[in-house]
Every structure is written in structure tokens, then in C-alpha cells.
Design a protein around this ligand. Structure first.
Ligand code: 4AD
Ligand code: MG
Length: 452
């Protein structure tokens, strides 16, 4: 495979007699006597350079192999110390495995990302997407290794659930019909797609202490931004005997670990992003890996926003308001110029499960804001006191019946605990500099976008 060959030593290459490669043609140029094919075999970001001559018995056909076609080639490796690639393959045999029709959309010219969103079944073959989808896979492994190395247990929380974990009413109902009865269509009960695995993973933290879930989540919010999708992946750890401070330390450690892991395990892809997508990306994330994250309270942030010498679209800055993305971006991009934790938000703009602070006005919550993306992580210490939680739910007008199981966790050995949710797709945007969440998801689902 190309990946192995590209990482082999000169001596190893020299000692190989013949190799076989299989893959897809990126380009095929032929001068009549001598031809060059750039082949991507799927194992590596870079292409193999194939050289063929009239010695090839099917030269006349090979010369016409189109971009996009799938082929198998056999040949001899020749070291090319002068060239772009460490070696080229002199083809002795070429077989066409799958021809490619001439209306194949991915010809040499660059297409807009908007256009590529209309062909999600083909776009993984284009460089930007090839790079981002490999990074997606590498980042998944980074997350698992980070947690597994520390003994966290991976929990598969359900996708179909009876609870709206965030209490924000942004759920998709699970149904097989479209009549008025659909509300109770899960065999007579109401069910929806999960917006967060948090409540379920909390139950497991009370048995395994340190746990995480990592899977798809769904939000029915009708927001058409570059950072919101209807379906996205979220990493949600939950740690027992831990407070907000421990939670923030875990967030910071995890992000730094992931940055380092991606730089080490996807170097070609990261170099590509630096060259083609965001010139600062490697410098930016390396600096983040090597510095301490800033922290400030929501109240401090409000004071800074009041004093800001910019005009916000929403300029009514007052304590208690929900920060808009323009405010968040001002804080991380202009004030801090890097990641910043905002903590201790007013309870009225946060979810019911967050632990009430002693001031009775704020909760032990943290959001991590990062330049270019805005909110990357939302976390909190959880309310472990039964009466306080019950009172809070009443105050918010929540019916507690379907959440009795969750409240019971507080009656049966419930302890201090905390956790967070990191938006996996936003993390990919942050690492690569890609500007739109639709371009880091294999088959994006947004209110105005459902191709296949
Ligand atoms: O802040 P959120 O809503 O927090 C929770 O769901 C908690 N239950 C997490 C927890 O404590 N276990 O979402 C967490 C993160 C956000 O910071 C954001 O990065 C991402 O999930 N996110 C989205 N990403 C893409 N599209 C959307 N519509 C998103 N909504 C949230
Ligand atoms: Mg949030």
C-alpha cells in the first residue's frame, strides 16, 4: 500500500521487485510515447506517480483511462531523489477495474464547497474532503485513546429516548406516521432522538466513576448558521467525585491531547489545511497546545462587553442576558485571542441540571469559547442535591415524572460530579480552519440541506 511505501526507507524500496497498487486515477497525461498517471490508492493523502510507455501491451487503452477510473497496476519502483515523490512506479501491467463516465464532476478544476455539498457521495475523493474525513477518523481515535488511557469506560447511550436532556424542546419526535397520534408513536409512548447522552451517562458515572459517551446527537433547532447542524457528534464525559474545576482541567487536557495527536497522526492532512484552507492553523493550534487556557466568570465577561469599543448588533449588554455569538467571538478573538472558559452563568439561561452556586443566582457551568468557532464545549458540575434539583425543576415548570429515574440517582448514593459536551464537528472546524460545519460532516443534515 502507498502509505507503507511512502514511509519505507530507500533500502527497502530498492529491495522491492514488483508492487501492485489499486486505486483511482486523479490525472492521466500522455504525450504519445510516455504517460503519467497520478493514482490515489486510498491509504495516503499523497498520490503515487505512475509512468507508462509504449512497451505496455495495452498502451492505447491506458492512454485513454479517464480521471476517476479505478485501476490495478503492477510495476517496478524506481527511486526519484529529484522528484516530488520519493519514487515512481514504472508500469508493466495495467487493468481497468471500473471505467468512469465522461460526465464525472471531479475534473481537475476546483469546485466551490457549495457545489460539492450537492454531491456528498463523490466529494470524499476531492482533496479538501479527503483530508477532512481522514482527520475525522484520526480525531475519533484521539478521543478514545485519551479517555481509555485514563481508564474511562465508554458507554453507548441510547439514540431513541423518552427524555429531552437539555429541556430546550428541540427534539425530533420518533414516528412512523404523520397523523395526529404521532406524538405517542413509539409503541404507545412518546420518544425522540437524543439531544445529549448526558443524563444516561450520569447513571453510569455512579457505577464506573469516569465514563464517556461519543455518538450522534440531534437538534431540531431551525438555525441556519455555519456552526449548527441537525445531526452532529458529541463527546460527553462524566466524572464522579469531581467539581467544575476538575471538569475544566479535563476539557483543557483533552483538547491539548487531541491537537497533539492530530499533528502527529495526520501530518499530511494538517499541512494541506495550512496551505489551502487556513494559513495559521498549525501555528494557532500549536500555540493552544502549549499555553494555559484563560478563565473568566460570566459577570466579568459582561463588564468587558459593556466597556467594549465595538458596536454589537445586540448592544443591550446587561447581566442576565444570553450571550450571542458576536459577544462570544469578541471575548475569545479580541479580548483573549485564544480559548477562554466562561464560568458561573445566570441560572435562568442554563439547563435545569446545573449545580446552583451559593449566591442562588448563578450555576457552576462553563462554556469554552474559541476563535473562529465560538462555543466549542458546554459543561457543568451537576446538581447532586435532591431537594435543590427538585425545586429547580418545579421553578422551571418541568414535569418530573419522566425524569424520576434521573432524580433517583440523587437518592441512591449520588455524589458530587461533573461533565461536559464537546461538539466533535466544531472541533474539526477548529483544527482545520474549515468555515462551515457542512464541510466537515460526511453527509450533513441541516434544516435546508438533506442530500441523500
Ligand atoms: O452546550 P450543549 O447543548 O450541552 C449539552 O448538550 C450538555 N448536555 C453537554 C454535557 O454537559 N454533557 O452542547 C455541547 C456542545 C456545544 O458546545 C457545541 O460544541 C455542540 O455541542 N453543539 C452543536 N454542534 C453542532 N450543531 C449543533 N446544532 C450544536 N449544538 C451544540
Ligand atoms: Mg451550550
Amino acid at each position: 500500500e502507498l502509505y507503507e511505501l511512502m514511509h519505507a526507507s530507500r533500502m527497502e524500496i530498492d529491495s522491492i521487485e514488483y508492487v501492485q497498487l489499486q486505486g483511482w486515477i486523479r490525472t492521466n497525461r500522455c504525450s504519445g510515447k510516455l504517460g503519467f498517471i497520478e493514482l490515489n490508492d486510498g491509504t495516503y493523502f499523497r498520490n503515487a506517480q505512475l509512468v507508462y510507455t509504449q512497451d505496455l501491451k495495452n498502451f492505447a487503452e491506458v492512454e485513454k483511462y479517464p480521471t476517476g477510473a479505478a485501476i490495478t497496476v503492477t510495476g517496478k519502483l524506481v527511486l526519484t531523489p529529484e522528484g516530488k515523490q520519493p519514487f515512481e512506479l514504472q508500469v508493466t501491467e495495467a487493468v481497468l477495474e471500473g471505467d468512469c463516465d465522461r460526465d464525472y464532476p471531479l475534473q481537475k478544476k476546483r469546485h466551490s464547497f457549495e457545489y460539492m455539498r450537492e454531491i456528498p457521495h463523490l466529494r470524499p475523493r476531492a482533496n479538501s474532503f479527503y483530508a477532512i474525513f481522514r482527520l475525522r477518523s484520526v480525531l475519533s481515535m484521539a478521543i478514545h485513546e485519551f479517555f481509555q488511557d485514563q481508564g474511562f469506560v465508554y458507554v453507548h447511550t441510547p439514540v431513541i429516548t423518552g427524555n429531552d436532556a437539555e429541556g430546550a424542546g428541540e427534539t425530533f419526535t420518533v414516528t412512523t406516521r404523520d397523523d395526529a397520534e404521532y406524538e405517542k408513536d413509539f409503541f404507545g409512548k412518546h420518544a425522540s432522538l437524543t439531544v445529549s447522552g448526558q443524563l444516561h451517562v450520569e447513571a453510569f458515572a455512579m457505577a464506573f466513576r469516569d465514563v464517556y459517551t461519543f455518538g450522534p446527537t440531534f437538534r431540531a433547532e431551525n438555525s441556519n448558521t455555519t456552526r449548527h447542524a441537525s445531526e452532529f457528534w458529541m463527546i460527553e464525559p462524566e466524572i464522579a467525585f469531581a467539581d467544575l474545576e476538575d471538569d475544566m482541567n479535563l476539557i483543557e487536557d483533552m483538547i491539548k491531547y487531541c491537537i497533539n495527536y492530530c499533528l502527529e497522526n495526520a501530518p499530511e492532512e494538517m499541512k494541506f489545511f495550512e496551505k489551502m484552507i487556513d494559513k495559521e492553523c498549525i501555528k494557532r493550534i500549536t500555540a493552544v497546545r502549549d499555553s494555559e487556557f484563560k478563565r473568566m466568570t460570566y459577570s466579568e465577561a459582561i463588564e468587558l462587553l459593556k466597556k467594549a469599543d465595538v458596536k454589537f448588533e445586540n448592544n443591550n449588554i446587561e447581566w442576565g442576558m444570553d450571550l450571542q455569538s458576536e459577544h462570544e467571538r469578541y471575548l475569545c478573538e479580541k479580548v483573549v485571542n485564544g480559548p477562554v472558559f466562561l464560568t458561573d452563568y445566570p441560572k435562568d439561561i442554563k439547563a435545569f441540571y446545573m449545580r446552583l452556586n451559593d449566591d442562588n443566582k448563578t450555576v457552576a457551568a462553563c462554556d469554552l469559547l474559541v476563535p473562529g468557532v465560538g462555543e466549542l464545549v458546554g459543561g457543568s458540575q451537576r446538581e447532586e442535591r435532591y431537594d435543590v434539583l427538585e425545586a429547580r425543576m418545579k421553578e422551571m415548570g418541568m414535569e418530573s415524572e419522566s425524569l424520576q429515574w434521573y432524580m433517583d440517582l440523587r437518592r441512591f448514593g449520588g455524589c458530587k460530579h461533573a461533565g461536559f459536551g464537546l461538539g466533535f464537528d466544531r472541533m474539526l472546524m477548529y483544527l482545520s480552519g474549515m468555515q462551515n460545519i457542512r464541510d466537515v460532516e460526511p453527509f450533513p443534515r441541516t434544516p435546508k440541506n438533506l442530500v441523500f
